[in-house]
Design a protein around this ligand. Structure first.
Ligand SMILES: [Zn+2]
Length: 505
């Protein structure tokens, strides 16, 4: 018996030995931090600038038809600046998609302790806004993601919060890896994955709330680790959201604590007044409202405009464009200018994300969202998907059981009429930009609103989109006097006719 007991004790000792030497999640996370240069070095990172990035961006919401395969935009000259010490972040890149090209910079900066957004798009004036007003086609749809999703923050959080238990085996990017659940400084949970040989982080999985897609499981896949500023940092970052490609950027270099990194966060003196306005307002994006004709108003934003039609007891909005901040600002300004008249309807002209970014917020104020049947699947996704991390206005009101605007689908044509005023919505087909496309017409004052097809008041030449627009307006026998643009401004209808004639059409 004695030797049996000894054997049992010996095997228990072996087991205990195996347990204590088997890696814990915490141990793996600490190894990852060590492999990156050590906790002290990582905590010493005040700024990180990733430069010379090239890659791709998906989910840009620019298809011709709802349901078409997603287009892949190209990213070039990507510079991503992270100010970890100051809680600021900036995206700078050239975006190209099917002939469209734009150099954009979106900056989340601070004045005092208050966060504020700066958007700098080549060809447009610099705009200051609340952080909720930032729109991006960079590697993320807001620079704020860089603060919560960067490898330094996640690795340090993992080393402090991963459990002292054996890691689990989980699948990540087609491989089975050791994984651990960790808590990020934001309070969010993440699953981190470890490379077996290098000990570095293979990546992490989190819940991202995208402005258009809503809640999506997101994978951040890290590769091409290289030395930079005394650390070992990933130079290729691939992001998948909702199990589909989102962005992938290969950076040429990374610099740590470069004093020049701060420059991008400087608020130009010319933007100071608007920065103060944005901070005071809470949600803010620049708009001005001007009268176009009797009971018809042009909402000029700095990039994506709208139209307001006044009815006896309510207002109709055409295009809730760009961002939640723009819709919040518009709702506030309309309440001041038209007290007691709610926005009863918000009409969608097409499903492109830059023209639908404010739809959820308008629904949160109770507006019925008018959607043409051809755009329904995309708009249903935008309106119905949960947005919990963090919750937006629509999510918050729904959770609280408060009334919100519903989606109303029509086919081909919709007319709103009340007290002698009317607004006509026509779904036009065959336009190269998007198909179908809704144009809006106010017959009493002969005002047309169209977005993306012709830019009134800019002297822009007629594109095939504009040629098609003119043909459709003639076919529909709309007696347009004034042409209001979702881009550009307001112009006489003759401007479109001249420009099409000049194009030889
Ligand atoms: Zn468009």
């Amino acid at each position: 018996m004695a030797h049996v007991r000894q054997l049992v004790i010996a095997s228990m000792a072996l087991l205990a030995g195996a347990c204590s030497s088997a890696p814990t999640s915490r141990g793996l996370a600490q190894d990852a931090v060590t492999a990156m240069g050590g906790a002290e070095q990582l905590r010493g990172v005040r700024t990180l600038v990733m430069r010379g990035g090239t890659g791709t961006r998906n989910r840009v919401g620019q298809t011709v038809h709802v349901g078409d395969p997603d287009r892949t935009g190209q990213l070039r000259n990507v510079i991503e600046t992270l100010d970890l010490a100051g809680g600021r972040a900036a995206l700078d890149y050239q975006f190209e998609n099917d002939g469209f090209m734009q150099h954009r910079q979106e900056v989340l900066t601070k004045k005092g302790d208050a966060l504020v957004g700066l958007e700098n798009v080549a060809g447009r004036p610099l705009a200051a806004m609340s952080p909720s007003g930032l729109f991006s086609w960079g590697s993320q749809n807001s620079p704020e993601f860089l603060l919560r999703r960067n490898v330094i923050t996640v690795a340090l959080a993992a080393a402090e919060s991963a459990p002292e238990e054996p890691p689990q085996d989980k699948s990540f990017n087609g491989r089975t890896l050791k994984a651990a659940a960790v808590t990020l400084p934001s309070g969010e949970m993440a699953t981190v994955f470890f490379e077996p040989e290098s000990k570095l982080l293979a990546g992490y999985e989190v819940l991202d709330t995208e402005s258009m897609l809503g809640d999506v499981t997101a994978q951040y896949i890290l590769s091409d680790y290289k030395p930079a500023g005394g650390l070992t940092l990933p130079h290729k970052i691939t992001i998948r959201k909702g199990d589909q490609p989102y962005s992938e950027v290969q950076f040429a270099s990374a610099s740590v604590n470069d004093p020049a990194a701060q420059e991008v966060f400087t608020i130009p003196a010319s933007a100071n007044a608007e920065v103060d306005t944005a901070i005071t307002a809470g949600d803010y994006s620049s708009i001005t409202i001007t009268k176009v004709a009797d009971a018809v108003y042009f909402v000029r934003a700095y990039s994506h405009n709208s139209l307001i039609v006044e009815f006896p007891a309510w207002l109709a909005l055409v295009e809730a464009a760009y961002t939640d901040a723009q819709s919040h600002t518009l709702a506030r300004v309309l309440q001041q200018q038209f007290p007691g008249k709610p926005v009863r309807y918000a009409a969608v002209t097409h499903h492109h994300y830059d023209h639908t970014g404010g739809v959820r917020t308008m629904a949160s104020y109770g507006a019925t969202i008018l959607v043409e049947k051809g755009h329904e699947p995309e708009l249903r996704m935008i309106l119905e998907s949960p947005h919990t991390n963090p919750p937006d206005a629509l999510e918050t009101k729904r959770k609280a059981g408060q009334p919100v605007g519903a989606l109303e689908v029509y086919e081909g044509k919709k007319v709103l009429t009340d007290g002698g005023q009317s607004l006509e919505l026509y779904a036009i087909t065959g336009n190269p930009h998007v198909d179908p496309k809704v144009i809006a017409y106010v017959p009493t004052s002969r005002v047309l609103f169209q977005s993306d097809l012709f830019f009134p008041g800019t002297g822009a030449p007629a594109s095939p989109d504009a040629v098609h627009l003119l043909k459709v307006v003639r076919d529909l026998k709309l007696r347009v006097a004034t042409n209001v643009g979702g881009h550009g401004g307001v112009g006489p209808f003759g401007e479109l006719e001249k420009s099409v004639a000049a194009a030889g059409q």
